[in-house]
Design a protein around this ligand. Sequence first.
Ligand code: ING
Length: 313
Amino acid sequence: MARILKVAAAQMGPVHLADDRGRVVQRLLALLREAHATGARLVVFPELALTTFFPRYWMEDQAEIDTFFEREMPNAATRPLFDEARRLGIGFYLGYAELAAEAGRTRRYNTAILVAPDGRIIGRYRKIHLPGHAEHLPKAPFQHLEKRYFDVGNEGFKVWRAMGGNLGMCICNDRRWPETFRVMGLQDVEMVLLGYNTPTENIHHPEPAHLRMFHHLVTMQANAYQNGTWVVATAKAGREDGFAMIGGSCIIAPTGEIAAKAMTEEDEVVAFACDLDLGAYIKRTVFNFAKHRRIEHYRLITERTAAEPPGAG
Ligand code: ING
């Protein structure tokens, strides 16, 4: 019998600096209920869903920076979301800024959790590919300070058996790196969940606006196909205090095809009944890793960080 998992991408429109967590959670609850009405059993919320995308701002006061972080999860602000999801019997992915005490030190991560329909947190992912910069770029139209505000994730790319399938997680910039999906592909992932906040403008190099959406989609479509996995990608979109971010939340099949895609840059639910066995033929044929991969020729991938042109060594 086919393993069908109805999943929803619960896209959010902008969250402004003035929007407190209570107001945001009310929006998440409305999205959760709308997703439930579609029959979805799993809902994917965006990256850093509880606050505005604060890495766009230069801040030096750590106390101010830490106002964007959660010290525990669930907490008073998010408990209503956990309670309603459990009441409706829905699992969810939630992205947020995590402030943790580890080995006597304070650590700060760009984190996502996987919560089971019974409300248990069954998985946690801490963002590994942190884009942008750590220094202040005063001439830039906005900052992208993930390298300043977050530590690199220390728990790798894992896959969990949940909701009847093999579920993996990543966050935003991770989707641009093939290593992200291949490490999960080597764990037989069947559905990768991810949230993102992607500015419409590239502050590092002028490029045509259409490339933002093209690169967003092509990386996930390719990686879905090359690893025979579903991908559910959910945006926080629109203009946050005037700073624009792309929409394009979507559900991508293991064939690489887009099964469902958001139309707006507002709060919007898109859902699809995903056959978790659809990727099996791809993993059995064209991307049969055991039969076709030649790892003896891939050493550079884990031994070399930066590219070295011929004759450099
Ligand atoms: N945002 C962007 C992303 O990877 C970015 C940053 C955009 C990097 C475009 C490079 C090119 O979608 C986050 N939060 O990673």
